[in-house]
Ligand binder design. Sequence first.
Ligand code: ZN
Length: 680
Amino acid sequence: MKKLILICMASMLMACGAERATTPRVEDFKYSVDKFADIEILRYRVPDFEKLSLKQKEMIYYLTQAALEGRDILYDQNNKYNLSIRRTLEAVYVNYQGDRKSDNFERLTTYLKRVWMGNGIHHHYSEDKFVPEFSEKFFAEAVKSIDPSKLPLSKGEAVDALITKLTPIIFDPTIYPKRTNQAEGVDLIKTSANNYYGDGVTQAEVEAFYAKMKNPNDSTPISYGLNSKLVKENGILVEKTYKVGGMYSAAIERIVGWLKKAATLAENDKQRDVINTLVKFYITGDLKTYDEYSIKWVEDLASQIDFVNGFTETYGDPLGMKASWESIVNFKNIEATKRTEIISANAQWFEDNSPVDKQFKKETVKGVSAKVITAAILAGDCYPATPIGVNLPNANWIRRDYGSKSVTIENITEAYDQASLGNGFVEEFMWSDVERQRAKDFASQTNNLHTDLHECLGHGSGKLLPGVDPDALKAYGSTIEEARADLFGLYYMGDPKIVKLGLLPDKEAYKAEYYQFMMNGLITQLTRIQPDKNIEESHMRNRQLIASWVFEKGKTDKVIEMIKRDGETFVVINDYQKLRTLFGQLLAEIQRIKSTGDFEAGKKLVENYGVKVNQTLHAEVLDRYKKLNLAPYRGFVNPVYTLVKNKKGEITDVSISYNEGYLDQHLRYSKDYSMLPNKN
Ligand SMILES: [Zn+2]
């Protein structure tokens, strides 16, 4: 629940960094790599990689290898047929001897690209299953036309049987329609297509199983169920743990192998200990060891290189317990980190002065560490779609007692900003040149600052009242938590203190963020929703919740208006200070809901403001957006790292190249980092 994803792709001017000797310059770098369906694929630069020491570069190399080895785990977690489907499509793509220019083959290629983007057969964002545009007949013929030894056949399985097995999974929209179902009133486990729970397991059984494990008096509980699949064996529920010798062992063994190599090059003993503890966790699967690792990880602030590698975020489980596998390897952007250090140094002031009721505030805000990082690789659930900020660990008690590490991934936001330059979005959706100019002048800075405030302060602020179950808000928990972090940031963006601290250059600058946020929450994020659908994803729910709540509460004072001009709807903000006050009021209420575990109030807020879409407005927005011919979603390709060796075989350097395309990258990953069987 601590991932921040870039929603608004407004085109913003980006201040150019200093010229670098070896990293390609912004103006020479080709950010856009590929475009298909509703997706644009970008690449990102890794500025200053060359300036790291050889030892650091080599360590990063091993950590990137460990990152790539987990790719198949995520596919299998997302749906148990994903690996078979991906492997079948890849086999056809590589080996097909028929007409590769035919409509059917091109549609199959597009479908395969979408599977890579979603790490499976569901859309990475809407989580709806997408249905291919090629025919079932073509699929069967194409699969039959290639050498069976290239196909992911199980032992003794005939090609026809494989086709019969996969065809309905791929083509029938009623089978596995939703990856993670959050809709109210149905069994969330049974109606979710992902693979965290075995066949026949019901939501009631899962809830009872874990309720029995939990001790309400334990103030340092493990993250129950985090690293396992819950299945029924002979009528009894058992956890299949992800570990060496357990589920996903073949991939985890490889991850462990690379981590051990990285540990030998650690920058300091603390970091070595972090890696070794993670290895121990992968070997034992013991969640107490995982907490031990998380604490050591959050306390390692000295190292320049850092990484996330493991079962981390629980968005994919409708009950928010089981974690998907992900990895990001990164190193600190020392210059940009000065900004977040100012925020962290003033964390207590922000906590003390927030509009939240005193009983819900932290007396002492601990360990709000924040840094700006440069991503070196994105993997698992951070690839191809990726967050622009991360705040970890997730365990509430570790955050309470040890704090959390918060990062902004600035080379990713740079890629977004640069790729958006002059694409017509701002021209279409902003009300006037005043808003457009403000966006040009400040939005890049305010975007980064809002991310920083969200991550460094928002998620870390406030406290639960004693005895309140951290999971009390259940399916609404993620949305409420994201709203809390966003509001904390929004409220303070407009505070004069921000300018005093030198975080924004001008007292008008915050208006760029307010306008963009309201425009996004009320109008433009609808571009990412299919016609007739409601909002499911928690970050999107959170944004609409905030925007429509303040819109409604400010209606009599006309704080914000939705005005029609030539049949097109625009957001107009008349009173920015009153808007700030409304953000503060909602922050206070959301903190109260979180702190007291008020499920009913949380549910009401989310259902009333965050979920339902105004269909008339939606149709209009989709129509306007379509004319711009932009892709609403973006993903990334990674750079390629290669060990450079001398004649004696000694490593002399690690080179980085940015030339690999989307297709080549995925085919290579599937060849080099694919240890898991088709069925796990
Ligand atoms: Zn967040």
